[in-house]
Ligand binder design. Structure first.
Ligand SMILES: Cc1cc2nc3c(=O)[nH]c(=O)nc-3n(C[C@H](O)[C@H](O)[C@H](O)COP(=O)(O)OP(=O)(O)OC[C@H]3O[C@@H](n4cnc5c(N)ncnc54)[C@H](O)[C@@H]3O)c2cc1C
Length: 428
């Protein structure tokens, strides 16, 4: 039997081999009218659909491939806390009040993520804890200041600073200096979450279509989305294509940039391994973040190496193994059973890009590697806005997102230059 291989991943993920039954949804092959059409069947699109359909709205979801083929089904699974930028950076940029409101929003997002799975009864393989070890000693002071701010001004006590020895014990490695342990978050099996969400959306009455790419989007009093075998017209639309928008709209091309990130999975480690004895997830302090964790069946899932060109590399395994060995030399020869990748969507300031582009035509994306909880919650906040239930989404809409420089010709080469520069800074 040939196993399904996502056309937008360089390899089959371990998640696809451990997620259980993955339902197929039909292709669209007629013309339809609905209240809201959602383009993109990742966390953001599905979460918006779930909230709308649960409130009686007629919703259609269009996914170009299969649900979970995008970033949502193949990411590092780390929920995190707050935003991609720390609270001190946000205070500097936006002032305390907006920074606090954004922090509270992220806390709501975490809670909603877990509650949605509980309410709809699906499995997520949730495991608690996240470590953020520092790859340079010079970051220790500012990290301690960040922890103090979280305790004193944000009322968040679940995070603490670990000195180097305590961090080494928690990691099972002396490759890092100190850093933080956050007990108020954790990590999940993203494909299990995505599948559960998809089933909940369908059970709530939304129509979900797979292998149905939107090929043309036209705004107007009625929004029209063309697909190869049918057109949807709707009063409202959410474009939730994130790092897979393929420049379909000029605003997305200039504000939301895809970069690839890769993950490798090892065979299960020995039960008494010294690697991450308490099972936390790890995201380190590099700009080109290395992120890793153990799965429920004790494999090391290790992510890193953001490639800035568009070509998928054939050497993910070799690169991932090298990075694993730098941290865990004892795993130098461990077998990697899976290696895969996906598009992380970034914006200039690394805040999400959430806008109403035209009357009723919304977009959300660019979660900058921090979208497990935020993309889910953003979809829900947009649904709440459509329903007149909440204006919380304005906090994200109001964030200034400058376009990437360089216009359509130079944007990509400039991105590669800039990110190569940051990767180099990680090394000094
Ligand atoms: C390798 C990797 C590791 C990551 N690790 C983490 C992590 O540990 N923690 C974290 O918080 N975040 C992480 N992220 C980011 C996180 O996965 C994303 O922010 C989040 O999943 C975004 O969800 P989304 O719904 O916006 O986009 P996606 O899940 O990418 O969904 C977009 C969907 O739109 C579909 N689409 C695109 N164009 C069309 C079209 N024309 N018609 C129909 N459908 C279309 C795509 O096929 C895709 O399925 C990671 C991402 C990657 C790739």
């Amino acid at each position: 039997m040939t196993l399904y291989q996502s056309p937008i991943s360089p390899g089959r993920s371990w998640y696809e081999d451990s997620c259980g039954e993955r339902p197929h949804y039909p292709q669209l092959d007629d013309n339809r009218h609905c209240d809201v059409v959602i383009v993109g069947g990742g966390f953001c699109g599905l979460s918006c659909a779930l909230h709308l359909a649960s409130n009686g709205v007629d919703v259609v979801v269009l996914e170009a491939h299969r649900l979970g083929d995008g970033a949502s089904g193949r990411n590092g699974g780390q929920i995190g806390s707050g935003h991609r930028a720390g609270v001190l950076e946000l205070e500097h940029e936006l002032g305390f009040e907006r920074s606090k409101a954004l922090w509270d929003l992220a806390q709501d997002a975490k809670k909603a993520l877990i509650e949605t799975a509980e309410n709809h009864g699906f499995e997520t393989d949730y495991q608690p804890g996240q470590l953020t070890p520092l790859h340079r000693r010079r970051f220790e002071k500012e990290t301690q200041a960040e922890v103090a701010a979280l305790h004193d001004r944000y009322g968040y006590e679940e995070i603490g600073f670990l000195h180097r020895d305590a961090m080494a014990e928690a990691l099972g490695s002396r490759a890092y200096y100190g850093g933080t342990r956050d007990n108020g978050t954790g990590h999940i099996h993203p494909m299990k979450y995505l599948i559960g969400l998809g089933k909940a959306v369908s059970a709530a009455g939304a129509s979900v279509f797979e292998e149905t790419p939107a090929t043309k989007i036209t705004g107007g009093p009625k929004i029209s989305i063309e697909t190869p075998r049918g057109t949807i017209t709707a009063d409202r639309c959410l474009l939730a294509m994130n790092g897979y928008h393929n420049d379909m709209r000029a605003e997305l091309a200039s504000h939301v940039m895809p970069i690839q990130s890769f993950i490798g999975a090892t065979v299960p480690l020995e039960a008494d391994t010294s690697v991450l004895p308490n099972g936390e997830a790890v995201d380190d302090s590099r700009f080109v973040v290395r992120y890793f964790r153990k799965s429920k069946d004790n494999r090391l899932l290790f992510g890193g190496r953001e490639a800035y060109g568009s070509a998928a590399p054939g050497n993910i395994r070799r690169t991932i193994r090298k990075q694993i060995t730098e941290i865990y030399p004892q795993l130098a020869d461990i077998e990697l059973t899976h290696a895969w990748g996906g598009n992380v969507a970034i914006t200039m300031p690394r805040h999400p890009y959430v806008r109403e582009l035209e009357n009723g035509l919304w977009t959300a994306g660019g979660f900058s590697g921090h979208g497990v909880m935020l993309s889910n919650y953003t979809g829900r906040m947009i649904a709440q806005n459509f329903l007149g239930q909440s204006e919380q989404i304005k906090l994200l809409q109001d964030l200034e997102i400058k376009p990437f420089p360089g216009g359509s010709t130079f944007r990509n080469p400039l991105k590669i230059l800039a990110l190569t520069w940051y990767a180099m800074l990680d090394r000094i």
